[in-house]
Design a protein around this ligand. Structure first.
Ligand SMILES: Nc1ncnc2c1ncn2[C@@H]1O[C@H](COP(=O)(O)OP(=O)(O)OP(=O)(O)O)[C@@H](O)[C@H]1O
Ligand SMILES: [Mg+2]
Length: 363
């Protein structure tokens, strides 16, 4: 999508863009150059303002090419012309701005018979952050993701997810509606259609958003076809991002473990998530595969602004890529803060190494 604005309009729009998560690339030209803008491709008559909601959702951060203007949107040359290029991201399904509260977990309690998996856990996730959930085996990490994605129903507590101007209570919604609201996940044990190809698995992810069911597809063939074409284009974007072009036609079951994990990430992305829940996406990988996966997760987060909730045992990775770390132990939250804060938290040190230990080698 391409829009051209003059600088006054950009000034006005800057905050509108920001709040609607649009990427803006803009260039400031002097008056001499503005003459050229009046003709051809650069005609200012192309201005479309205000932007409609559908044009402006799903977009991320603001990238500003002009150094002096990023922090001071008012500092354009007085007689200048600003040309703005507005791009719509397709991989992010969130309508929030970075830093907005996206997910609120409040006092969640989950028991299985005599076992308490979650003993009143509360935490907050902000739009576009990478939050790591860590803790020893059996601490309740997977159970927490299962509650968020609707696979487990906590006996107490609330989980509120914000998107599309609504507050969804996830503890009362079935998993498919939670997915549709923008929550996608990958599993600790890979859950792909192993007999299907990579491409088919990715397309299966898209189908969360399919508007056309099999009956209307028969009646409205054109619409179903257009939808299918749009999804295929979208899937190509994911294939590109995850560098899996060469295996797109391969049956998933025949792929090496590390690649299957990558395809699983791809399928979650195909759901166009606002938030991505990843349960040990690097487990069982060698160092190189881990580095690749960390890079893909960072790309998805930094370039597309998708919020990431990551369960991971490798502390090096956790400390490297996360903005925020939550520590669980026996179903309780014992730490919550920046990686540095958590690293120095005595309760966390104790949980990992036992009271006697003087050092915190894991970090
Ligand atoms: N479906 C279930 N039925 C019975 N108990 C369960 C179930 N799911 C989880 N639990 C129990 O809840 C506790 C937390 O398990 P969970 O899988 O959430 O831990 P985790 O932190 O993900 O551990 P790991 O690091 O080993 O994956 C454990 O004691 C586990 O046995
Ligand atoms: Mg687990």
């Amino acid at each position: 999508m391409l829009h051209y604005l003059n600088y006054k309009e950009l000034d006005k729009c800057y905050h509108v863009f920001r709040s609607k998560m649009v990427d803006i690339w803009y260039w400031v030209f002097d008056t001499g150059y503005s003459n050229r803008l009046e003709t051809g491709e650069y005609s200012l008559s192309n201005i479309q303002y205000p932007f409609t909601h559908s044009q402006s959702v799903r977009l991320q951060s603001v990238h500003v090419n002009h150094a002096s203007s990023s922090k001071h949107p008012g500092s354009y040359p007085q007689k200048g012309i600003v040309m703005a290029h507005v791009m719509q991201h397709t991989l992010n399904g969130s309508t929030l701005k970075p830093g907005d509260v996206q997910l609120e977990v409040e006092n969640v309690k989950l028991r299985f018979g005599g076992v308490t998996a979650l003993a009143g856990v509360s935490l907050e996730v902000k739009q576009s952050e990478i939050i790591a959930i860590i803790g020893p085996n059996g601490a309740g990490k997977t159970s927490l993701l299962n509650c968020i994605s609707g696979l487990y129903r906590p006996q107490e507590g609330r989980i509120t997810f914000h998107n599309y101007g609504k507050a969804y209570d996830l503890t009362r919604m079935p998993p498919h509606r939670i997915a549709k609201a923008g929550v996608a996940r990958s599993f600790q044990n890979i859950e792909l259609f192993k007999h299907m190809t990579v491409l088919e698995n990715l397309l299966a992810g898209c189908h969360v958003h399919m508007k056309t069911d099999i009956f209307s597809a028969a009646l409205y063939w054109g619409r179903a076809q257009r939808e299918e074409i749009a999804f295929r284009k979208f899937v190509e974007e994911i294939i590109d991002l995850l560098e899996i072009e060469s295996i797109r036609k391969k049956t998933v079951g025949t792929l090496a473990y590390g690649l299957q994990k990558r395809v699983e990430l791809g399928r979650a992305l195909a759901m166009k998530p606002a938030i991505l829940l990843l349960d040990e996406p690097m487990a069982g990988m060698n160092t190189e595969e881990k580095e690749d996966m960390a890079r893909f997760i960072l790309d998805v987060n930094e370039e597309h602004g998708v919020t990431i909730v990551l369960i991971e045992h490798d502390m090096g990775v956790v400390m490297d890529i996360s903005d925020h770390v939550v520590v669980l132990d026996f179903g309780q939250k014992i730490g919550d803060g920046t990686p540095d804060e958590v690293r120095q938290n005595p309760r966390v040190i104790e949980a990992y190494l036992g009271e006697e230990s003087g050092t915190f080698a894991l970090f």
